[in-house]
Design a protein around this ligand. Sequence first.
Ligand SMILES: Nc1ncnc2c1ncn2[C@@H]1O[C@H](COP(=O)(O)OP(=O)(O)OP(=O)(O)O)[C@@H](O)[C@H]1O
Length: 385
Amino acid sequence: MQDGSGRIVVQNLTKNFGAVAAVQNLSFQVEPGSVTGFLGPNGAGKTTTLRMLLGLVRPTAGFATINGQPFSGLGNPGRVVGAVLEAQGFHPKRSAINHLRVYCSAMGIQDRRAEEVLGLVGLAATATRDVGGFSLGMKQRLALATALLGDPQVLVLDEPANGLDPEGIAWLRQFLRSFAASGRTVLISSHLLAEVEQTIDQVVIISRGQTMYYGMLDDLRRSQQSRVIVQPADVNALVTALQEGGISGIQPTGDGKVAVTGATVQQVGDVAAKAGVALYGVQEEKADLEQLFFRLTSGQYAAPGIVHYGAPPPQGFGPPPGYQQSGYHQQPNYNQPSGYHQPVQGYQQPPGYQQPPSGYQPGYDPSPYQAPQAPEPTKEQGGNS
Ligand SMILES: Nc1ncnc2c1ncn2[C@@H]1O[C@H](COP(=O)(O)OP(=O)(O)OP(=O)(O)O)[C@@H](O)[C@H]1O
């Protein structure tokens, strides 16, 4: 029986393609009312995971369910989950509206739904144009419209921002947030944290098929302590003074500077002044979420000389609370900061999460769901792919 929850559960999911361990023991949950970002570099195993969730690839081990059921047990799956794995496979000589009507017929849905979903994704003005002349961004929108035909409770989108211009990305963000705010479930993959950072509540970061972080994006942000970089006249004297002052997160950087975590600029300045150590420069360095993402996933493609992938991480910046030890490959020269604590496992509801109506039925009236205003056709709609 489906539990009607709209919840996605991935449990110990594993897929080997011969010698290639594409996905290794992956576990996470996606709750209704939230948007979860499934992030990792190219080849990390995102698409394989989504394909297992959608019943297109058989897992080597573990399972994935939607509404408590494997995809094959969903009955009329198009009414439960709308999925876009790639915005391809359109007949080039078929108009957008006719493409959708074909799916309406296959799903037993009235044709007028085709017009509705074209309006939802901002393609109403191009309904009768052949898809062969669509840009990649327009194809993404049409693929999303196809996924929405069955008025699904769950959306699963693989790299949905691919090909969208900045205006399209902003539109997609608003659309997905609104969809989730109506108590529905959204899982989107991306290889760029920045692309989805403002859209998602929860994040699952994978690298080489393994979980590197699973938790709330806000917790990941909060975990990144800022640090004070100070250039003293005498490094040893300052380090001694800071230690005597009870400050423990001290790391000489090797270039005459000292990085200090767990203390403010003022505290470091006061300690130096009291010890009579002259300071030539003091600077507070804020942690960067994107940098952390690269660090968590950099083991996959470590390449010396490329700043993000090859450089050792800044000292004193700790692994995030959701960091999972098993798959994490530390960079050379990386020192574990003293304040690091093993994360508390377990999903936490995102802020503002509301329980969806129990017992979802195909006829469920999603009245709280307000589709965002479709944008004016943008330049991506005028171009050819
Ligand atoms: N059918 C297949 N046969 C053999 N290997 C495969 C197959 N599908 C995927 N792989 C391998 O599994 C690994 C994960 O691939 P996957 O496409 O899931 O990654 P991804 O994170 O979606 O990457 P991308 O962002 O580039 O699409 C890669 O090493 C890939 O080459």
